[in-house]
Design a protein around this ligand. Structure first.
Ligand SMILES: Cc1cc2nc3c(=O)[nH]c(=O)nc-3n(C[C@H](O)[C@H](O)[C@H](O)COP(=O)(O)O)c2cc1C
Length: 188
């Protein structure tokens, strides 16, 4: 597969599409290594990851679902969403919490730390695509409470979760993007 084909093949594949086939710890290790080769201004390497597998997936699902129930008013609460939050965790082969450690010396602005972390995520995402593993970045409002589940350092923030799992690759859906011309100005 060429780099052009790989980039265009990448999709958000959701937990409902995952099957029970496990994700090997060695594969996660490869993802993390590839993540660490993302570009990083002043080499701050701001990405931080928490790998959640096995029983811990259930714990995360329970935490998120209970938190959702706690912070949602009774009229807005949806039992289906409460269950879906847990199912998303339980159906995944692994979940990587995407965190970002702001440079304590503030040598680069926060947006650059977030950008570098996002580039690290793209490395993992493309690695998943190249290996026919499904994944997607989820960024629910609940991430602001993640310091209650993880031991986050000072100035460390959770930016979401990379849910992943094996899936039936024949079900890969078409991607869609609007016209590139609307977003590009050539100055030649
Ligand atoms: C930073 C970021 C956060 C995202 N958060 C969510 C999310 O919370 N829920 C969701 O369904 N998709 C989320 N996505 C995935 C996008 O919905 C998805 O990339 C978009 O629909 C395009 O589809 P594709 O990834 O298959 O090309 C997120 C993507 C990024 C880059």
């Amino acid at each position: 597969m060429t780099i052009n084909e790989l980039i265009k093949k990448r999709r958000s594949i959701y937990p409902i599409q995952y099957n029970d086939s496990p994700i090997a710890k060695e594969f996660i290790q490869t993802l993390l290594e590839n993540a660490s080769w993302a570009p990083t201004h002043r080499l701050t390497e701001p990405w931080r990851f928490k790998v959640i597998m096995n029983e811990q997936k259930k714990e995360l699902g329970l935490f998120l679902a209970h938190k959702y129930k706690t912070v949602t008013s009774e009229d807005k609460f949806s039992e289906a969403k409460y269950q879906k939050i847990q199912n998303n965790c339980n159906s995944s082969g692994a979940i990587i919490a995407i965190c970002m450690q702001k440079d304590p010396k503030e040598r680069v602005p926060e947006w650059e730390e977030i950008a570098a972390t996002a580039m690290a995520v793209q490395n993992m995402w493309l690695t998943c695509t190249a290996n026919d593993v499904g994944c997607y970045w989820s960024s629910p409002g609940l991430i602001k409470y993640m310091d209650e589940f993880f031991n986050l350092n000072e100035h460390e923030r959770c930016l979401g979760f990379l849910y992943m799992g094996n899936y039936d690759t024949t079900q890969l859906h078409e991607g869609k993007r609007s016209a590139l011309e609307d977003k590009v100005e050539w100055m030649i």
